[in-house]
Ligand binder design. Structure first.
Ligand SMILES: [Zn+2]
Length: 310
């Protein structure tokens, strides 16, 4: 698939940070916030905040407020008002309708067990949907079919892009991913679909985020192409892992970020930036000014993960 030329009109740079409100802001998410913020501000761009609360079952009450206040204490300053995925449902519905009209969607009633059984009798890679329901119906009307998921037909073309940190990346969606779910059986729009629409709605030009989302990017670019959206510029920073190789998340009991200068300097160093010592900064705004001025995305390590002491 050849990429359409990015066309955002007169918009120069609009970046964003989009945490899910499923707990406190930990060091891993601070890194994504810092990298996206510093890159945007370095290029005099705007930086927006979005709360990715599409999966309401995972939302922890008030954690959005905790995240916002932690970001504020850290010294982040965002443009415009904070947006919430849960308030954008009508746009997701419209996009789903557009995809139906392109006849690239179909209903899928397969259970995990059925998919596993179908894979055992085939040469398809494990974890890839074998396409069982692909030919059942060409149109997927979720209003009338509430016990089905909706899948998107993927093409056999290679999706390629150049990541600002990780370099060239490509995926053959048919071989590597398979037809993927855009609307779940439990009536929730998928992460892949919602994020593409949100970024388009907010006219986001640059997406800087964690390495764990690198392999989602070709699916998102494929959706952008289908919907006729401009393709954003992506950059994926290494994940912070503990000594035991655990990702910093609630699962590895990552602590809530302590918003002091030391933590900020530690995060900037993790991102490969040559910052001064904590003692060389008078305060946090002094630190931010230094980081934004001297930010260089080329210095961010081209790695999947990097160990951090917490
Ligand atoms: Zn199916």
């Amino acid at each position: 698939m050849t990429l359409k030329k990015t066309n955002f009109g007169k918009i120069k740079y609009r970046g964003r940070f989009a945490p899910s409100p499923s707990g406190e802001l930990h060091f891993g998410s601070l890194l994504a916030a810092m990298a996206s913020y510093a890159d945007a501000r370095h290029f005099n761009g705007q930086w927006l905040l979005r709360i990715d609360d599409i999966d309401q079952a995972r939302v922890v009450a008030d954690s959005d407020q905790h995240i916002l206040s932690t970001l504020e204490q850290c010294g982040f300053e965002w443009d415009e008002s904070v947006s919430y995925q849960s308030q954008n449902l009508k746009h997701y519905k419209m996009a789903l309708k557009e995809l139906h009209q392109l006849t690239v969607t179909y209903l899928c009633s397969c259970s995990r067990k059925q998919i596993q059984a179908a894979l055992e009798n085939s040469h398809i890679k494990n974890g890839i949907y074998p396409g069982t329901c692909r030919h059942k119906t060409s149109q997927a009307d979720h209003q009338q079919n509430r016990d089905h998921a909706i899948r998107l037909k993927v093409s056999a073309d290679e999706v390629c892009f150049v990541d600002l940190i990780q370099g060239e990346y490509s995926q053959n969606l048919q071989q590597d991913i398979g037809d993927f779910i855009i609307y779940r059986k439990d009536q929730v729009f998928s992460y892949q679909l919602s994020v593409v629409i949100d970024d388009f709605q907010s006219q986001i030009t640059h997406i800087v985020r964690g390495y764990d989302l690198l392999d989602s990017t070709p699916r998102q670019i494929y959706l952008q192409q289908l919907l006729g959206y401009p393709v954003a510029q992506y950059a994926h920073i290494p994940l912070a892992v503990t000594e035991e190789n655990l990702k910093l998340s609630k699962l590895s009991q990552a602590k809530k970020v302590d918003c002091n200068l030391e933590t900020l300097v530690q995060a900037a160093r993790f991102l490969g930036q040559n910052t001064l010592d904590t003692k060389d900064f008078d305060n946090k705004s002094d630190f931010w000014q230094y980081l934004v001025t001297n930010w260089d995305i080329n210095k961010v390590p081209r790695m999947e993960k990097q160990m951090i002491m917490v």
